[in-house]
Design a protein around this ligand. Structure first.
Ligand code: DMJ
Length: 402
């Protein structure tokens, strides 16, 4: 906002938040999505503007989300009603998603720090402590589901860095950074997980030998990679910047190339939601294969998010060039003439990408923000030594010594 000098627009948005944004509503919301998008956004707005209105709104929202943690295990339900405070699991199960219950910590911890009310921090740190000591992991890799009654992992033996597990790994590192790199348990869990990824999930494709992160189901490797996994090069690079092993940076660079190729090798130059890598050494095969059901692009940020980190830390202009190419492709294939952008159903048909008439809020919150930061040559602009970005790209301050 002030960074871009958009004072008038900021004024309008502030008026809207002040007059129209009311959380006293009889509506079920997802705890994770509301935390990363709304609570994270309000906390960031407070830090960037210094305006107490945003903190008041954040505290109100935090209080309304807290009932989700009233479960036998203290692992929160996925959904909570903002008006009535009644929390519940999804309709089909009493499981919560591991990534969801472990990716709300940056925001609740910050809310406690700012308000002095320890209940927010206590609720989420209880979950971190619990997951830290749970059995069912494989060399630091976690399953995708956890039961709110028993507190145990369910659907064990399936490991992915994609949907339902992704930001568990991201928040181990980012909480460690947020807290001034003092919490050894977070660091240990993160380092163990990176070793687990190397040991169980890394392979190279044929014929171009692209390094990718696959999945493991009951001991069977699958060469499937979600576009969501493309947060990982950025996270690995961030860890290396904060003093973690240099091999993490090498792996970040290799995975960054792969994520770029997931975009480049499509006819529109935009990545599909999921790819499969070819492991057969015949030259005729392509490295990146796409199933018909996975051809859509939801305007997700992960590739350009990682490009931003890689460019910040290396200064290598090829990362800016890659991001520029992706932005041009978003403009060509997803921009709607009357305004805005739309998810598309087929990244392999440049003549008819099939717009879906839907733009996720993360396109504005993350994708465009990371592109803006990627094209800036000023490392002091939201410095990565002063801020840590939550998983929805909202910057939160790294805490100084108490
Ligand atoms: C975002 O809402 C967050 O980054 C989340 O962690 C998973 N992915 C979406 C955008 O793709």
């Amino acid at each position: 906002m002030w960074i871009l000098g958009l004072k008038k627009e900021f004024g309008e948005a502030r008026r809207w938040v002040s007059k129209k944004l009311q959380f006293q509503k009889d509506v079920d919301v997802n705890l994770f999505e509301s935390t990363i998008r709304l609570l994270g956004g309000l906390l960031s707005a407070y830090h960037l503007s210094g305006d107490a209105l945003f903190l008041q709104k954040a505290e109100d929202l935090g209080n309304r989300l807290l009932p989700a943690f009233r479960t036998p295990s203290k692992v929160p339900y996925s959904d909570v009603n903002l008006g009535t405070g009644v929390a519940r699991p999804p309709r089909w199960t009493s499981d919560s998603t591991v990534a969801e219950v472990t990716s709300i910590q940056l925001e609740f911890r910050e809310l406690s720090r700012l308000t002095g009310a320890t209940k927010f921090r206590e609720a989420v740190e209880e979950v971190t402590k619990h997951v830290h000591s749970l059995s069912g992991k494989k060399d630091g890799l976690v399953p995708m589901f956890i039961n709110v009654h028993s507190g145990l992992f369910t659907h064990r033996g399936v490991f992915t860095l994609g949907a339902r597990a992704d930001s568990y790994y991201e928040y181990l590192l980012k909480q460690w950074i947020q807290g001034g790199k003092t919490d050894q348990r977070l660091l240990d869990d993160y380092l163990e997980a990176v070793d687990g990824i190397r040991k169980h999930l890394l392979r190279r494709s044929e014929p171009s030998k692209l390094t990718f992160v696959g999945e493991l189901a009951h001991g069977r490797f699958s060469a499937k990679m979600d576009h969501l996994v493309c947060f990982l090069p950025g996270t690995l690079a961030l860890g290396a910047h904060h003093g973690l092993p240099a091999e993490h940076m090498q792996l970040a660079r290799a995975l960054m190339e792969t994520c770029y190729q997931m975009n480049r090798q499509m006819e529109t130059g935009l990545s599909p939601e999921i790819v499969h890598f070819n492991l057969q050494p015949q030259k005729s095969q392509k490295d990146v294969l796409v199933k018909p059901a996975d051809r859509h692009n939801l305007l997700r940020p992960e590739t350009v998010e990682s490009l931003f980190y890689l460019y910040r830390f290396t200064g290598d202009r090829k990362y800016q060039d890659w991001g520029w190419a992706i932005l041009q492709n978003f403009n060509t294939y997803t921009r709607v003439p009357s305004g805005g952008y739309s998810s598309i159903s087929n990244v392999q048909d440049p003549h008819d990408p099939q717009p879906r008439d839907k733009m996720e809020s993360f396109f504005l919150g993350e994708t465009l923000k990371y592109l803006y930061l990627l094209f800036s040559d000023d490392p002091a602009l939201l410095s990565l030594d002063a801020y840590v970005f939550n998983t929805e790209a909202h910057p939160l301050p790294i805490w100084g010594p108490a």
